[in-house]
Design a protein around this ligand. Structure first.
Ligand code: NAD
Ligand code: G6P
Ligand code: MN
Ligand code: MN
Length: 434
């Protein structure tokens, strides 16, 4: 029986994870799930932990749920560690979203200046967790959800000896489900060849029952009356049909920030004045979710959780863990060391790509080079992630300024410096390295 530790256990997404473990108990016998949080998250941890206990009891599966603020105790002897924490909470996210808007720049938690600062806050904590893991559970796998998941995976691969690390995101699953809906078929009949980076992944080829339907899918996504493939947290503006048809690969929802920057910025500015930024909307959503979670009669994952952008992430987590544990050798898109799978990205860097999932971890499937039209952007974002990860580890101001300036969403060195200074000040309590 396995021991699993989940850091950031007070997350409103935890019931999904518990549901995923319950569904798979016959093939993935997790005997202990340790939900870890920090004192600020104690109340959330207790509410969601009580729901988790009711869920396993109702389902009749023998998973012990432990709640703790003692991370080291949770890590001791763990087989799998999942991370889903948010340093600074949604308040910090709201700053990542609002400050760039003052400078006419996209405010988003995983892209642009917001993504940089979420990385600067998160990476030191991840490195600290890995130091504990080396001591307390050296053979455990680290499955990281904490955003920016691509930059975090890059930092772990470059700056630690933790080889057993996988970064995960629900965007590929969301794209597959979106494509299946457009085609009017079950998602398990759709296969997509994914390659790129986290929140910068492309569907290179799409197959239905093994037959390539890429062009047909792109036509459907490009059709002006159709709702495209998106996530709950990203407004679906639709694409210029001739652009997508010319691109010939399927972009992910986050590509809107790069290919529709002006329109996305206008949407964000409008939202900031009216309903609030995404963090502010999520604060309200979270309040409603935790009110539901408190109901002692609730013993399942409530459907309202699907309003969060990360919906279905536990399916990704649990099927990944099960495939590692059972050496399933099925194909899943994850963030892992490139090892030559994508020709134009350094072999030692993290990429998001389809992999064969084995007991020794993900084995990336080679795709050769990315199409020339998207190759440059992917390389630029990889450079940004590398420089940002270096800044997060060293706390070097000039490195942070270079990261900010080379991000394609940032218009100039001077605006970069102004945003950097304001955000360093706003987030200083969570940036001990600066
Ligand atoms: P949240 O704000 O609910 O945070 C989860 C918990 O983390 C909170 O209870 C908080 O107290 C705790 N926490 C904060 N700092 C911590 C620390 N140092 N150690 C342990 N716990 C800590 O966040 P959320 O909306 O549930 O999202 C959690 C994280 O997962 C975020 O980083 C988010 O970006 C990410 N996420 C990623 C995906 C994906 O596709 N990769 C999907 C959903 C969420
Ligand atoms: C997407 C991304 C996640 C991100 C989430 C945000 O699904 O893949 O990485 O954390 O959306 O959702 P939220 O509801 O917090 O805006
Ligand atoms: Mn994601
Ligand atoms: Mn093709």
């Amino acid at each position: 029986r396995l021991k699993m530790a989940t850091i950031g256990g007070g997350s409103s997404y935890t019931p999904e994870l518990v549901e995923g473990l319950i569904k798979r108990y016959h093939e993935l016998p997790v005997g202990e799930l340790w939900l870890v949080d920090i004192p600020e998250g104690k109340e959330k941890l207790e509410i969601v932990g009580a729901l988790a206990k009711r869920m396993v009891e109702k389902a009749g599966v023998p998973i012990e749920i432990h709640l703790t603020l003692d991370r080291r105790r949770a890590l001791e002897g763990a087989d799998f560690v999942t991370t889903q924490f948010r340093v600074g909470g949604l308040e910090a996210r709201a700053k990542d979203e609002r400050i760039p808007l003052k400078y006419g720049v996209i405010g988003q938690e995983t892209n642009g200046p917001g993504g940089l600062f979420k990385g600067l806050r998160t990476i030191p904590v991840i490195l600290d967790i890995i130091r504990d893991m080396e001591e307390l559970c050296p053979d455990a796998w680290l499955i990281n959800f904490t955003n920016p998941a691509g930059m975090v995976t890059e930092a772990v691969l470059r700056y630690t000896k933790q080889e057993k690390v996988v970064g995960l995101c629900n965007v590929p699953i969301g794209m597959r489900m979106g494509v299946a809906k457009l085609l009017g078929v079950d998602a398990d009949r759709v296969h997509i060849d994914f390659a790129g980076l986290n929140h910068m992944v492309f569907g290179l080829h799409v197959y239905l029952d093994g037959v390539e339907v890429t062009e047909k899918v792109i036509d459907l996504v490009a059709h002006p009356d159709r709702s495209g493939v998106t996530m709950k947290n990203i407004v679906d503006l639709g694409w210029e049909p001739d652009f997508l048809k010319g691109l010939k690969v399927l972009p992910c929802p986050y590509h809107r920030y790069y290919y529709q920057t002006d329109k996305m910025l206008a949407e964000e500015l409008e939202a900031a004045k009216t309903k609030g930024t995404r963090a502010e909307v999520v604060q309200q959503l979270e309040k409603e979710l935790f009110e539901l979670y408190k109901d002692p009669n609730l013993a399942i994952k409530p459907p309202q959780l699907e309003q969060r952008g990360g919906a279905y992430y536990s399916d990704a987590a649990c099927s990944l863990i099960s495939s590692i544990y059972n050496d399933k050798r099925d194909i899943q898109p994850v963030n892992t060391r490139n090892n030559g799978a994508i020709a134009s990205i350094p072999p030692e860097s993290a990429v998001e790509v389809n992999c064969v999932i084995t007991k020794d971890g993900p084995k990336p499937i080679a795709v050769g080079d990315l199409p020339v039209a998207v190759r440059g952007l992917v390389q630029q974002i990889k450079s940004f992630e590398r420089v940002a990860a270096e800044a997060a580890v060293t706390g070097d101001y000039q490195t942070a300024l270079v990261a900010m300036t080379i991000n394609p969403l940032v218009p100039s060195d001077t605006i970069a410096k102004q945003m950097l200074d304001e955000m360093l000040e706003a987030h200083k309590e969570h940036l001990p390295q600066f």
